[in-house]
Design a protein around this ligand. Structure first.
Ligand SMILES: Cc1cc2nc3c(=O)[nH]c(=O)nc-3n(C[C@H](O)[C@H](O)[C@H](O)COP(=O)(O)O)c2cc1C
Length: 342
């Protein structure tokens, strides 16, 4: 099950609730659930009502979720998230969002008032970069304390890591900008930090190398060499997996074809398990695995409406259709009330 933000932590401390535990428990037959993005510190926030992972009460909230999934013999990783410039002062107690450089993504952030225009963020100081690296380490430790089986770094989809990687969002001239190596450095500093605290065999990384015209990211002449460098260097860390996201808001004829091409390219470079994602069905996913393009496929929207997706695949049963109006923030409606086939 692919990571999916559902914005149901509508409480002052943004803790996971019994309703959120019920949602994940319903989906526990997925071989591996990757949780919705969970923020690593208060400045990481860029969306309303996300169950976060930097306070003790939040750790306790997530224990409800991991216990519920484990009781049904499921496995669940926490997706660690910093949204960087895809945020708004309304979500940050009036502060400017943090980013590698002061460049407005000209996008939208999801606040309590609905979607609001992003602003020009504050360029992170070296001290702010260091403390953010530290907070990723603390959040990973918190995730294991909360009973997660592993963590996934959300380095995809135009958020903070991706903002460091891309030239359109990073014009720094210090050790975190300029060359490919320097733009990639933030990710490896975070992995180095995690290596001192948790077992890297339980750490995955999500990347979206082919993302273009989405979340303020545009492809440029160094995009491919940048991701080739990143994926190659990830081999030194003995990670759980690389998860390639094909998520896009751009008008694309066939995003699944595009992620298959992307996967074939990076498959040759990455030595560990590869998960791919975007628009797959049971048949196309089996083809991707049988042809050796990927080791695993993750499913997003199909899982919103079909808690028993595995059983439906097994029995070739019809799928429920998802209701996009209830993807974010509407309590149990469109969240825990989709019918099971049996
Ligand atoms: C409601 C919704 C929320 C999402 N939230 C996240 C998220 O928190 N983290 C992430 O990496 N991707 C997120 N995604 C992207 C999905 O993980 C996945 O890449 C996307 O849905 C495409 O896969 P699919 O075609 O199987 O749905 C989200 C997608 C949807 C539909």
């Amino acid at each position: 099950m692919a990571p999916m933000t559902r914005s149901r932590a509508d409480n002052p401390e943004h803790t996971a609730t019994p309703l959120i535990a019920e949602y994940y428990e319903q989906r526990a037959s997925a071989g591996l659930i990757i949780s919705e993005g969970t923020h690593v510190n208060p400045m990481a926030i860029g969306s309303a009502d996300i169950p976060d992972i930097y306070t003790q009460n939040q750790i306790e909230g997530w224990k409800l979720v991991t216990d519920a999934v484990h009781q049904r013999d499921g496995k669940i990783f926490a997706q660690l998230w910093h949204e960087g410039r895809i945020s708004h002062p309304d979500l940050l107690q009036g502060k400017l969002p943090l980013a590698p450089s002061a460049i407005n993504p000209e996008f939208k952030a999801f606040s309590k008032k609905g979607f609001v225009d992003t602003v020009t963020p504050k360029e992170m100081s070296l001290e702010e970069i260091r403390s953010t690296i530290h907070d990723f380490g603390k959040a990973a430790s918190n995730a294991f304390e909360a009973g997660f089986d592993g963590v996934e770094l959300h380095a995809a989809n135009g958020y903070l890591f991706h903002q460091f990687f891309a030239k359109c969002s990073n014009i720094r001239t210090d050790e975190y900008g300029g060359s490919i190596e320097k733009r990639a450095r933030f990710l490896f500093d975070v992995l180095d930090e995690l290596s001192t605290l948790v077992d890297l065999k339980k750490v995955g990384v999500r990347l979206s190398p082919s993302m273009d015209k989405t979340f303020g990211i545009t492809v440029d002449s160094e995009t491919i060499p940048t991701f080739e460098y990143i994926v190659n260097k990830m081999n030194d860390y003995g990670l759980a997996y690389l998860h390639l996201s094909g998520f896009t808001l751009a008008e694309e004829a066939d995003p699944m074809e595009r992620i298959l091409e992307t996967a074939k390219h990076y498959r040759k470079i990455f030595k560990g398990p590869l998960i791919i994602n975007k628009g797959f069905t049971k048949e196309t996913a089996n083809e991707a695995i049988d042809s050796g393009t990927a080791d695993m496929v993750s499913f997003g929207e199909l899982y919103i409406a079909n808690p028993d997706l595995v059983e439906r695949f097994e029995g070739d049963l019809p799928m429920n259709a998802g209701d996009r109006d209830t993807y974010y923030g509407t309590g149990p409606k469109g969240y825990t009330d989709y019918p099971f086939a049996n």
